[in-house]
Design a binder for this molecule. Structure first.
Ligand SMILES: C[S@@+](CC[C@H](N)C(=O)[O-])C[C@H]1O[C@@H](n2cnc3c(N)ncnc32)[C@H](O)[C@@H]1O
Length: 231
């Protein structure tokens, strides 16, 4: 690889993605029958959990940055290498864009973050909980290609099956979730509906991919779907 090629890879670029990704396979033929019960419970009893110590450095970094930078917040949850965080910062110049991922290895591929955004190594749910607890309202919230957890038994691990789901509603803003698994996106829309929120499911428009996974899935010929809601 050339020096320039190495530099691009170090920044977590999307130019090197190959199109050999497999479609999501699931033992579910339609929306999970248990979704209604799962969504209803945390809506009644909001999920709160002691913040794990490994999330503290990221939460402190976020608090310090917000003290200096009072712009409205945009979250890029499950940001992976942070390619999308950089692109979203260009799209939202009046906001502080914060990419969150639990994987140090993925974040390390980004290299040094630019000035207009922040990358945090943390569990998304912990950041959502702390911000919601402070009464923060987001300008926008992107959830781009979260892990699908395609087995029916894994519903609780999907964003809309997790007890932290109501925190997304508390945080507000323009919400957008993307996946290459249409059923995941439809379930997310159903969960929003059950919570009293209108949303729209549509195909992700073509053009420059926003994330590494988007580039990979597109190169593999997958359909890409999004669910959007204004909270
Ligand atoms: C399929 S990748 C998508 C990454 C990126 N959004 C993209 O499209 O290229 C899912 C990412 O979610 C991260 N992740 C999974 N669960 C998480 C959690 N609870 N909190 C933070 N990150 C999480 C993983 O480390 C991984 O980078």
């Amino acid at each position: 690889m050339t020096g320039a090629g190495q530099a691009r890879r170090a920044e977590g670029s999307i130019g090197d993605m190959t199109g050999n990704s497999r479609q999501v396979e699931s033992n579910q033929a339609g929306p999970h029958r248990g979704l209604g019960a799962l969504v209803a419970r945390p809506l009644r009893e909001p999920w709160r959990k002691p913040v794990a110590a490994h999330n503290r450095p990221a939460l402190d970094a976020l608090a310090a940055r917000r003290a200096l930078d009072p712009r409205p917040l945009v979250l890029d949850s499950f940001c992976g290498t942070g390619v999308s965080t950089r692109a979203l910062a260009a799209r939202h110049p009046d906001c502080l864009v914060v990419g969150i991922d639990k994987s140090a290895a993925r974040l390390a591929k980004h290299g040094e973050a630019g000035e207009g955004y922040l990358l945090l190594r943390a569990d998304c749910e912990a950041v959502w909980q702390v911000l919601a607890g402070e009464g923060v309202r987001l300008a926008a919230h992107y959830l781009l290609y979260p892990n699908p957890w395609p087995k029916a038994a894994q519903l609780k691990r999907r964003v809309h099956g997790h007890p932290a789901f109501p925190l997304l509603l508390e945080l507000g803003g323009a919400l957008e979730l993307r996946s290459n698994w249409r059923l995941y996106v439809e379930e997310f829309g159903i969960a929003l509906h059950l919570a009293g929120v209108r949303s729209a499911v549509s195909a992700v428009p073509g053009g420059e991919p926003l994330t590494r996974f988007e580039a990979k899935y597109r190169a593999s010929g997958h359909g890409l779907w999004r669910c959007r809601a204004q909270l």
